[in-house]
Ligand binder design. Structure first.
Ligand code: X2X
Length: 347
């Protein structure tokens, strides 16, 4: 039934049933038959799984009033992931579980999470999102025009390539890396002496397959689910330089079209889905369970862990880029995040 026929049916019904029916049908007709949820990767990945969990919880708890359909591959905007935030704001996309990296060209403060070696480990990342800095980020996203509801996680982005083991910036010299289309990544990879090319995730996989690029950086769960070892990625360095959180959001007009009770359901479901998604994203990579590393090695891939001194060398080379971007992001916000990380609980 399209909107006009819903309205007509409501009017006919109202004549027969009286005023209360008019009010009910007037609010009910603002609900659309489907809400479109954008993600970059699908349910074979923790990220897409998070979107699926959110959609299912909302559908169940609203008895189908809010029916969410997932569009992985950022297919609503033809895979152009760095345009996702604008598309949500404009209503081309109704809802999203999106990476801070992809939205940072529109919301510069989101580059906070791309500052090399800021978060250090999962506890550090949690310390940022759960601190004043995290709250400020949510307010900034809200001010930028979409309704933020919860945190999720893509994960620590490790370095992979087809050529050689990487233990120092010198090992990266001249290697062609695919990076996300966000300027801070160009500066970071250039500072390391590599040869970076910006492209979408959709374009990255054929480029790795053909050898047009030799390496890339993404979380281990992306590596395994996308089978990057079949795209010549034989070397992984776990440098843990950056982790991208995900944010669950809704287009503002869509949000305002829902009753307060339904808004509450959508919010609580996002928080719950976010918690579950973070646990999935860390599975095999945290606590006593590091099985993901063994799984990747079993694919014939060499996984390199850096010593603290080797990590420090990357950090030293990237210090100027860090300092420059800290100014763009906002010195206060960066200081707040650094303080939160410094005060994190240690394992
Ligand atoms: O494009 C990527 O590398 C990905 C899938 O991790 C993001 O969307 C940030």
């Amino acid at each position: 039934m399209d909107r006009r026929s819903v309205l007509k049916a409501g009017t006919t019904g109202a004549a027969a049933l009286g005023a209360p029916f008019i009010i009910r049908s007037a609010s009910a007709q603002q609900y659309r038959p489907e809400y479109r949820l954008s993600t970059v990767v699908g349910a074979a990945f923790p990220w897409g799984k998070g979107g699926e969990i959110w959609g299912n919880l909302v559908r169940e708890r609203t008895q189908g009033r809010i029916n969410i359909k997932m569009y992985p591959g950022v297919s609503l905007i033809n895979g152009d992931q760095t345009r996702e935030f604008s598309a949500i704001r404009q209503g081309v996309i109704d809802m999203a579980v999106g990476s801070t990296i992809n939205w940072s060209p529109q919301v510069k403060e989101l580059n906070l999470f791309s500052l090399p070696f800021l978060s250090q480990d999962h506890a550090g990342l949690d310390a940022i999102t759960q601190s004043e800095a995290g709250k400020r980020i949510m307010q900034i996203v809200d001010k930028a025009g979409v309704v933020p509801l919860a945190w999720g996680e893509n994960g620590f982005r490790e370095l992979t390539n087809s050529r050689r083991e990487i233990r120092s910036p010198a090992d990266m010299k001249g290697l062609k890396f695919r990076i996300v289309g966000s300027p801070i990544f160009t500066e970071v990879f250039t500072a390391l002496g590599a040869n970076p090319t910006q492209m979408s995730w959709a374009d990255a996989q054929p480029a790795l397959a053909s050898g047009a690029v030799e390496g890339q950086e993404n979380p281990m769960h992306i590596f395994t689910a996308a089978k990057l070892h079949t795209l010549a990625q034989k070397f992984v360095t776990r440098w843990g330089y950056v982790a991208d959180p995900l944010i669950f959001v809704v287009n503002r007009e869509v949000w305002q079209s829902w009753t307060p009770a339904d808004q509450e359901i959508v919010r609580a479901s996002a928080i719950e889905a976010g918690k579950q998604e973070i646990a999935i994203a860390r599975k095999g990579l945290s606590g006593g369970d590091m099985s993901m590393i063994k799984d990747v090695e079993a694919l014939g891939v060499k996984v390199t862990e850096l010593t603290p001194a080797e990590k420090a060398e990357f950090q030293r080379v990237l210090k100027p880029a860090y300092d420059k971007w800290a100014k763009t992001i906002g010195a206060d916000l960066v200081k707040q995040a650094e303080a939160a990380v410094a005060a994190r609980p240690r394992a």
